[in-house]
Design a protein around this ligand. Structure first.
Ligand code: OAD
Ligand code: ZN
Length: 262
């Protein structure tokens, strides 16, 4: 891993990655929607992504805060579909691999753009959900909150869930376009301090998440098939881009490391 985006034969990539993991003491993962496609959850910008659907309007409106305030039913239609997809999902091999890396002390934290909680289900402890999560909902007018079970009941019993105290619209604790991300400072600190940053399953289009790798001072390994935006990446940090299926790649990596977690 001496230069940036070196062309290394595929068969050697897993070995190189395993060697980097062995050398590293402070690994951090930045994950995106591609991390969960093998669990059956569609991503946004991949070939079968949510934003590829022909909706007649810009699909990014699903998570646009202004549009949500104007017409929350548009978001809720997709949210109900998403929540159905989440039923019975299980963490993928890669989720479990990173949980095992934390358990053995190498990995210090995960910064995820995902709201599916699969990292936590896999056993990961230090997880920064920078785009929020589905664990909680709140009233946008009076701030009353509902836990996961209560939120589920409300979402599936009303077209647009409303607050029983003030009639305000209820919104899940997911970060929409136009809202501040969560845990940004802690995430920046994790990236600054790590000696090996993995970026897995993200197109690196959405900021500020896509800007985090700029803070890295060690090495970066990107595992992402398909279009990956490299314009925000630092030019002075050794960066390897692996364009393979995430689960297949980490299975090959673990062949060289031998973490026991299945
Ligand atoms: P994207 O959908 O933009 O990117 C996912 C990437 O993963 C794509 O480049 C896919 O080709 C790749 N991919 C999918 N499955 C893969 C696999 N099995 N192996 C290898 N690569 C695979 O998802 P994010 O970058 O996470 O924000 O998107 C960022 C944000 O955009 C999301 O958090 C969401 C969205 O709008 C909000 O909702 C606020
Ligand atoms: Zn209220």
């Amino acid at each position: 891993m001496e230069g940036c985006f070196e062309k290394i034969p595929n068969c050697n990539l897993a070995q190189i990655c395993a060697d980097e993991i062995k050398k590293a003491n402070n690994i951090v993962l930045l994950s995106g929607a591609g991390m969960s496609t093998n669990a059956g959850i569609p991503d946004f910008r991949g070939p079968n992504g949510i934003y590829r659907r022909q909706l007649g309007v810009n699909p990014e409106r699903i998570f646009d805060i202004d549009y949500f305030l104007e017409d929350p039913s548009f978001f809720y239609k997709f949210h109900r579909e998403f929540l159905q997809t989440l039923k019975n999902i299980k963490p993928t091999y890669a989720h479990k691999f990173f949980a095992a890396l934390e358990k053995n002390g190498k990995l210090k934290g995960i910064i995820t753009q995902n709201i599916d909680s699969l990292h936590q289900m896999a056993g990961s402890k230090n997880v920064m959900e920078i785009h929020g999560g589905i664990w909680k909902s709140f009233c946008i007018d009076c701030n009353k909150t509902w836990d996961y079970e209560e939120s589920m009941k409300l979402v599936f019993s009303q077209e647009v869930p409303r607050c029983d105290r003030c009639g305000g619209i209820i919104k899940p604790d997911i970060v929409f376009f136009g809202e501040m991300v969560k845990h940004l400072e802690e995430s920046q600190k994790l990236v600054k301090e790590c000696d090996l940053l993995f970026v897995v399953g993200s197109s690196l289009v959405v900021t500020p998440a896509a800007l985090l790798p700029r803070l890295a001072r060690g090495k970066i390994i990107i595992v992402n098939k398909g279009e990956t935006n490299k314009s925000y990446l630092p030019s002075n940090i050794p960066t390897l881009h692996v364009e393979q299926d995430i689960d297949e790649f980490f299975k090959a990596v673990n062949y060289h490391i031998g973490l026991d977690f299945e």
